[in-house]
Design a protein. Structure first.
Length: 238
């Protein structure tokens, strides 16, 4: 009996899928992030780049003032910041993790749910960052909060006895939160992931230079993905 994925496609019986065989929605997100970064570097004037970051980046100070009288950035920047990056190194790192974890989640839940998940994951990430930086003039950009949400979602189904296998992991049954937290592979992944973010909270930069890693956004996104994944999953839990 052939097992089908949520999109009705039968997985190939033999061999591995090509590395760059990404779902269209993930590829679209990657292309959008690359296009924005290229435009920032080669097409836009310095003034235009400044305006773009003011309008699209997440700035906690914006929310210490009443919404009345503010522009649209008050409403859209808690999502649009996830498409901006602080340079090609930042973009490359996030693109790698988006390809890995975004692919397995997109294959699992489909493109429409994936877009909704992205938006809500970005909001959850921005929300926890805001809670720790209320009124700050700091500027947050990058897809890492959303990627953390995707990692949290993948933790509910994508880790088997052999670890994380992207090519067929989307067919695994979903574990309950309790079962996920008793799985050794998942627990080890969580320990490493939260350990890295704990270190960044105490100032570790991991080669990012003077850039500040928004660990609060990572945690907010991960908790959202891990706890809320069942709302998006079209398959039954185990």
């Amino acid at each position: 009996m052939n097992h089908q994925d949520p999109q009705g496609m039968v997985p190939p019986p033999h061999g591995r899928e090509p590395v760059f065989n990404l779902p269209n929605v993930v590829l679209a997100a990657l292309l959008a992030m690359v296009a924005i970064q290229v435009a920032i570097d080669v097409a836009l004037s310095e003034a235009a780049v400044h305006t773009l970051f003011v309008e699209a980046a997440f700035i906690p100070q914006r929310y210490a003032v009443e919404a009345a009288g503010q522009g649209g950035a008050y409403y859209w920047s808690p999502v649009t910041y996830s498409l901006l990056h602080g340079g090609y190194a930042h973009l490359l790192l996030n693109s790698f993790w988006l390809a890995a974890f975004g692919t397995v989640v997109a294959r699992r839940i489909g493109p429409v749910r994936f877009v909704v998940f992205w938006v809500l994951g970005a909001l959850a990430s921005a929300g926890l960052f805001l809670a720790f930086h209320w009124g700050d003039q700091s500027i947050m950009v990058g897809a890492s909060g959303v990627i953390s949400a995707l990692m949290g979602a993948a933790s509910r189904f994508a880790f088997g006895r052999g670890g994380f296998r992207r090519e067929l992991a989307h067919l695994n049954p979903r574990r309950s939160i309790a079962k996920s937290l008793t799985d050794r592979t998942v627990v080890a992944f969580l320990a490493v992931w939260f350990g890295i973010n704990a270190l960044t909270a105490f100032g570790a930069s991991f080669g990012m230079g003077e850039s500040v890693i928004a660990w609060e956004a990572h945690v907010g996104g991960f908790l959202f993905g891990f706890l809320a994944f069942s709302w998006f999953d079209p398959l039954r839990a185990r």
